[in-house]
Design a protein around this ligand. Structure first.
Ligand SMILES: Cc1cc2nc3c(=O)[nH]c(=O)nc-3n(C[C@H](O)[C@H](O)[C@H](O)COP(=O)(O)OP(=O)(O)OC[C@H]3O[C@@H](n4cnc5c(N)ncnc54)[C@H](O)[C@@H]3O)c2cc1C
Length: 446
């Protein structure tokens, strides 16, 4: 009797069929395949910052991505198994029950996601793990330096890598071995309280999933906006000022190589200019953080970041609450935060402004801001979020130290007529920043 090779594909931030090297590998190497996504119940419990990791809107985008993936898998005679359980438990049970001999996944950038992989390998010593870098423009083996020698600054990194060729994206998977498990109705098992209010439903501007991501990819380059990207990328509001690829990239509905490939095609047809280069430049920023995160591991979440000295900030619960809800004395900051709360998105300029305000004007520990972004941002990405926050708080990869934005100047420059502040009702709150003595509040350790 011949033994059947059973594989398990562990989906993470790579919820797509296009340009997915590990899924292609699995398709050609095993006789049966389980396609798994694990929703860790911990994501819904308060974390050390008193926040949950996923807002209802983030969950909505993720759910749409999972449904879209499931639909596409269905066309290949497969389906997605969504487990509401910590991945190590869920996968080790499934792997043992179905005699899985190979587990495939994209190599994650975050420390805790990597730890999960290691814990699973310990529990399943006879299973072979296949992990490949698919989240960035290059694999580690394509970089001319080992991870430990990642340059200390983005500029050094960019100067080294920007001439390297980027691999073409792979074609979509068009065949998959069948699944050894039956389809279950996982959607109905999701906790109710994560439903969006009808007001929030109306504010939806991004739809999750590879299908929607590919639509945006085509629409963006067809619109010609890439030729004006640099002039408009700092605008605070509007669909057209930047690519809006980030939520799809963060969930892996799109790969960064697909974007790069489309950008190259666009440059060939419509001409390269400073703007098209700048879009690539921003993708390189993303790539820098994708290596920065695994290099620094747990330090990505540390108060002193990758530096030796802790910042002179603390935790002021009332200030933090006011910042989150957009009720600070700073109208521009309020407008940005209300935009984030309503839509799950904020421009890059807005993110810099509100982060600088939290750290400098409000003197709040930067990690609370990063954790709030993690909860709210549809495009939350562990590496880009915590890396950018460290940068702004002066504990990261910025040779210049802390960035302090002049809020009046930013308002004059980016919202001279007050249209943005008006739209998001950022208007001045005449409340004092502190109404209670916050001296006794605890500070999160380490
Ligand atoms: C405090 C702070 C937190 C952030 N958190 C995140 C996050 O969790 N997830 C995330 O994807 N981006 C994050 N960013 C980066 C950036 O703000 C967003 O990627 C960008 O605003 C998304 O909009 P877009 O896709 O239209 O970007 P575009 O301006 O069109 O840029 C194209 C792509 O380049 C990448 N990119 C652009 N700027 C940056 C940057 N500064 N760092 C890393 N990649 C970049 C993104 O993948 C983006 O989709 C953060 C920035 C700051 C200042």
């Amino acid at each position: 009797m011949t033994t059947r090779n059973v594989g398990l594909y562990w989906f993470g931030n790579d919820l797509r069929l296009h340009d997915n090297v590990n899924l292609l590998k699995a398709a050609s190497e095993v006789d049966e395949l389980l396609c798994i996504y694990c929703l860790d119940p911990e994501w819904l419990l308060p974390n050390r910052y008193g926040l949950v990791m996923m807002s209802a809107n983030r969950w909505r985008f993720l759910k749409e991505s999972l449904l879209d993936l499931d639909k596409q898998l269905h066309q290949l005679g497969q389906h997605l198994v969504v487990c509401f359980e910590a991945p190590v438990n869920a996968i080790s049970k499934l792997a043992s029950a179905h005699k899985v001999s190979l587990i495939y996944r994209s190599r994650p950038t975050g420390y805790y996601e990597n730890q999960q992989g290691l814990a699973l390998q310990k529990q399943l010593p006879l299973v072979q793990f296949v992990e490949t870098d698919t989240l960035g423009l290059y694999g580690l083996d394509q970089l001319p330096f080992p991870l430990a020698k990642l340059p200390n600054t983005f500029t050094q990194f960019k100067n080294i890598v920007e001439q390297l060729p980027v691999d073409q994206p792979l074609p979509p998977v068009d065949f998959l071995p069948s699944s050894p498990v039956l389809k279950t109705d996982w959607l109905n098992r999701f906790p109710d309280y994560l439903k969006l209010t009808s007001e929030a439903e109306q504010a939806i501007i991004f739809r999750g999933g590879e299908t929607a991501g590919l639509r945006q990819l085509t629409a963006y380059f067809a619109s010609g906006r890439a030729s004006h990207y640099k002039e408009r990328r700092n605008e605070l509001d509007g669909w057209e000022n930047s690519s809006k690829f980030s939520p799809w990239l963060a969930n892996g509905n799109l790969s960064v190589r697909q974007i790069c490939f489309n950008l190259n095609n666009y440059e060939q047809k419509s001409g390269a200019n400073e703007s098209t280069y700048w879009l690539f430049f921003e993708l390189l920023w993303r790539d820098y953080f994708q290596w920065y995160a695994p290099l620094h591991g747990k330090q990505l979440f540390a108060f002193q970041g990758i530096k030796q000295q802790k910042p002179l900030t603390s935790f002021y619960p009332e200030r933090f609450r006011k910042w989150c809800s957009g009720n600070t004395p700073y109208p521009l900051v309020n407008a940005c935060m209300k935009q984030l709360n309503a839509t799950g998105f904020m421009s890059n300029r807005g993110r810099q402004i509100v982060a600088s305000c939290l750290v400098n004007e409000l003197a709040v520990d930067w990690r609370y801001g990063a954790a709030y972004f993690e909860q709210q941002l549809l495009d939350y990405d562990v590496a880009s979020n915590w890396g950018n926050w460290q940068y702004l708080a002066g504990v990261g990869a910025d040779p210049r130290g802390k960035r302090h934005f002049d809020l009046d100047k930013q308002t004059r420059q980016y919202d001279p007529d007050g249209l943005f502040i008006n739209k998001w009702q950022g208007g001045i709150q005449h409340l004092p920043l502190d109404s209670v003595d916050a001296a006794d509040w605890p500070v999160v350790a380490g």
